[in-house]
Design a protein around this ligand. Sequence first.
Ligand code: NAP
Ligand code: ZN
Length: 354
Amino acid sequence: MIAAEQEGIATKGFAVHGPEAKFEPFNFARRKVGPNDVLIDIEYCGVCHSDIHQARGEWGNSTYPMVPGHEIVGTVKQVGSAVTKFNIGDIAGIGCFVDSCGTCKNCAAENEQFCKVHCVMTYNGTEMDETTPTYGGYSNQYVIKEAYALKVDPAQSRAGVAPLLCAGITTYSPLRKFGVKEGHKVGVVGLGGLGHMGVKLAVSMGADVTVFSTSPSKEADAKALGAQHFVVSRDADAMKALAGTYDFILDTVSADHDLNAYLNLLGLNGAMVIVGIPTKPAEIAAFSLIGNNRSLAGSGIGGIKETQEMLDYCAAHNITSDVEVITPDRIEEAYDRTVRSDVRYRFVIDMQGA
Ligand code: NAP
Ligand code: ZN
């Protein structure tokens, strides 16, 4: 018992041991709570498509055993002696990263996700020592520096808030950066976890939103989420009719697809931001960018300050994710359904049901 305490805090999780392996229960130790740490009792963890890409080794950066999960919400169970932001019993969130150097140019610019020294990813990464592996939110607890944990409004659905920690900030950040507002014509490509948050957020900012989808069956849902228009992206005539009419397009697609078809929809000075991460590099025709002075950009999650701003914005606008809550024995099924675009619109694992 004393030895276990010295080694850390016994934690139960679910891991894969290789790209083709199934999830299995996995016991490991979290570090003991240091002066600046909080221990979060995990209640819900969202299933992001990035979990699937990494668990299945699709990005070439996977280390095993892997406990995925970076859309985490739970209750603060223990606080270190120097902690000021949290009290025991507070609701807290953890997103895609849990530490960084805090002083480099990018950290100083509040974009810790691009720390020039080392950004500690919530899982499939290493601590600042670049050796100790990190394990994610498909587990019953997490120990994190308070500065990297987020405050969650206790009045909101905890299962519905969990996906905001990745899908929410990943879509909020580019919509804000490109100043999306009333009067803008915005396209959201792909209606999955990120896409449905992109729709809710763009609608809340006053934009006129079109969903571009490969799934005709999602039209009613897109409208219920607030989108004014729905286009089946495989309908070449419908796509042609919309050429040159959009101010901003957010591409959330997880699989290989033709970007030129969407770039051609942008009007004068229009911009398209890629947040989806297909495995193969895309081909871009120069004319797709040159016509109408178009821009193509990417965007990666968001810093801690902006993530908190997004959570506060969602609380003020009553925005949460539409979720299907599952028990941990259904992770494989959730992965397979997500890959088939059969998710409405985020699977969230009830970790207390572990
Ligand atoms: P998701 O829930 O699976 O949604 C992806 C959507 O893409 C699907 O619902 C589907 O929408 C569309 N799609 C799937 N296959 C397609 C195909 N072959 N052709 C065209 N469209 C297709 O995934 P997610 O969790 O939202 O994540 C989306 C992507 O963003 C992933 O690659 C993920 O790794 C990445 N991501 C990036 C960041 C970042 O910081 N940039 C953060 C989180 C996730 P329709 O049925 O409507 O066509
Ligand atoms: Zn994610």
